[in-house]
Design a protein around this ligand. Structure first.
Ligand code: PLP
Length: 564
């Protein structure tokens, strides 16, 4: 090994120095006497023998440096040998940890970065200072313009009126179903109370005293976080209790918690589809983005059946060989049109063709059935449902998602589902509040809340129809009003808020298809008849203000009233 007496180069082999030489020569030779010497030497050296340099030698001339550079470049070309390099892609000279002082007086003014490298660590030290190495000049021409790309994409959203500006809602405990609209983030002077008609806190449980108390007790007893993934210190008794409770609610052997139902749907469908050999998926055309994501990512063959169309489902099932594993995935209560599927027919047809069923009950849990387990419970079909997914974020007033099903199936997802395994588990506050919510849901109080909610939904739907508004046919608690135009739907929503302190969110693409934009209204047990009247009057007013016409009441009521 040849060594140089420069403290920086001392740790490098001659080969390494040679490999770095073109860059060193170009940038350091004029400033550093040792590099200068090296430059001169490189221009004449032909051997691999050890060479010492005298620090006192005068710096080389520019021509000498150039000649040395060219010679080395030529040698590399001819030999085609890839020399071990002491320069990394950032043109830093790598120096071993044995060289302690990196503050070279000569190189301070050059773009050469001296980088000390420990074999185990990646410690960077440049000219004596810790921090980023000095980067050589980069040619910024012809690089991808990230900001231009983002700008164009955002402009496209603005052009088709699908760009979203979130309304800022300050919920106040005890004010439900009202909240404050905060125009400015840090100022209170212009905040005002509005009535919220679009929350998924369907039963107002998020502000229930027992849930609040459970959260406070949990944080006092256990702190704010779970401390890890489920496998690495993040499984507490609360996790297991909640999973048992959810399994009991859905009359299943087992349940598994996720950080949201989006993650539950995505992970479960992806993991099942990927895991089951040659699996096919049959997916309702109206399925939620979370299911679509899991199905798409799995890249297994998928067959889309028309929304809630059992015959079409059967037609597609018939075409797939019987022995092949299949998953039929759909929602019971549809999130955006409020329809409720013919659950029994779907389950029966799926089973007849050897398929398992994945049923999203996100907009049904807490709201239907004796205990609030959803449409499956209401229709006495829980035993026929293979996998049920639900959320803790809507009627259960908190956040999180879950699946419930057989012990073997949940164990499979627990063991293979990336979205379950590789993420921090839910914190104690959320678990405690969900446990309290399910307890209420299964009690008489839960049943009273559900009854009251349904009464309010009926009253509101019927009054909207009487006012001539185009209420979309729906047998559930979700009341969509068809607008069919993104700009108009947004305008209606803004006018309702600005002029009447009523908040209904317009639902635009990509949540619904273009041309089917709507207002989606959800009445809760806590909306009063007075609030219902105010809403109907305000909505009728803004409807006319934006130039929309009201329907013939007789024609309307025939379609929709009997559905709830
Ligand atoms: N499934 C449906 C039908 C939904 O509407 C939603 C959310 O809006 C989800 C799943 C996701 O649930 P979460 O909010 O718990 O992620």
């Amino acid at each position: 090994m040849s060594v140089y007496k420069c403290p920086y180069l001392a740790q490098l082999t001659l080969q390494q120095v040679r490999a770095s030489a073109p860059y060193i020569l170009n940038t350091g030779a004029a400033s550093c006497p040792i590099f200068g010497q090296l430059a001169r030497q490189m221009s004449t050296a032909t051997t691999n023998t050890a060479t010492s340099m005298k620090v006192s030698s005068p710096p080389p001339s520019f021509d000498e440096i150039k000649a040395a550079h060219e010679k080395i470049a030529e040698r590399k070309r001819i030999s085609k040998i890839k020399l071990p390099t002491a320069l990394n892609s950032y043109n830093e000279i790598i120096i071993s940890t044995e060289c302690t002082d990196l503050s070279c007086p000569f190189l301070k003014t050059t773009p050469i970065a001296l980088r000390r490298v420990d074999m185990d660590q990646d410690i960077i030290e440049v000219n004596g200072k810790l921090g980023k190495p000095i980067r050589p000049m980069i040619d910024y021409k012809n690089l991808f313009e990230y900001n231009t790309f983002f700008d164009e994409k955002i402009e496209a959203k603005k052009r088709d009126d699908s760009y979203r500006i979130f309304k800022r809602v300050q919920r106040r405990s005890g004010l439900f179903p009202q909240a404050e609209e905060k125009k400015h983030l840090d100022e209170d002077h212009d905040s005002r109370t509005m009535t919220v008609w679009c929350s998924n806190d369907y039963l107002g449980l998020s502000q229930h005293p027992e849930l609040k108390e459970a959260v406070i007790n949990a944080v006092t007893a256990h702190g704010s976080g779970s401390g890890g993934t489920r496998n690495i210190s993040g499984t507490s008794p609360l996790h297991e209790k909640l999973e048992q409770q959810l399994a009991r609610l859905h009359q299943k052997e087992s349940a598994l918690l996720f950080t949201s139902c989006y993650v539950a749907n995505d992970t479960t469908l992806y993991t099942l589809a990927k895991g089951l050999p040659n699996c096919h998926i049959l997916s309702d055309s109206g399925n939620h983005a979370s299911m679509i994501q899991g199905i798409r990512n799995s890249q297994v063959p998928k067959h889309i059946f028309r929304h809630n169309d059992v015959e079409h489902l059967e037609e597609l099932l018939k075409k797939i060989p019987r022995h092949i594993p299949k998953i039929v995935a759909f929602e019971t209560v549809h999130s955006m049109d409020g329809s409720i599927c013919n659950l029994e027919a779907m389950l029966d047809v799926a089973r007849a063709y050897g398929s398992i069923t994945f049923i999203d009950e996100v907009h049904a849990v807490g709201l239907y059935g004796h205990n609030g387990a959803g449409i499956g419970e209401r229709d006495h079909l829980l035993h026929k449902m293979d996998i049920i997914s639900g959320t803790l974020g809507k009627a259960f007033g908190s956040i999180g998602g879950y699946i419930a099903g057989s012990a073997k199936m949940t164990d499979f997802i627990r063991s293979y589902g990336s979205g379950f395994i590789f993420t921090t588990s839910m914190p104690p506050t959320v678990l405690a509040s969900a446990l309290a919510a399910i307890k209420i849901s299964m009690s008489d109080e839960g049943r009273t809340l559900r009854r009251k909610q349904q009464e309010n939904v009926r009253e509101l739907r019927s009054k909207l129809i009487d006012a001539g508004l185009p209420v979309m046919m729906s047998p559930s608690h979700i009341i969509p009003i068809h607008v069919g135009n993104a700009a108009l739907a947004t305008l209606l929503c803004n006018h309702l808020l600005d002029r009447h302190s009523i908040y209904i969110q317009s639902i635009n693409y990509p949540t619904v298809e273009r041309g089917t934009e709507r207002l989606r209204i959800a009445a809760t047990p806590y909306h009063t008849s007075e609030m219902i009247d105010q809403l109907v009057e305000a909505l009728t007013q803004v409807w006319k203000d934006v130039g929309l016409s009201l329907k013939d009441v007789e024609q309307q009521s025939g379609i929709a009233r009997h559905h709830n």
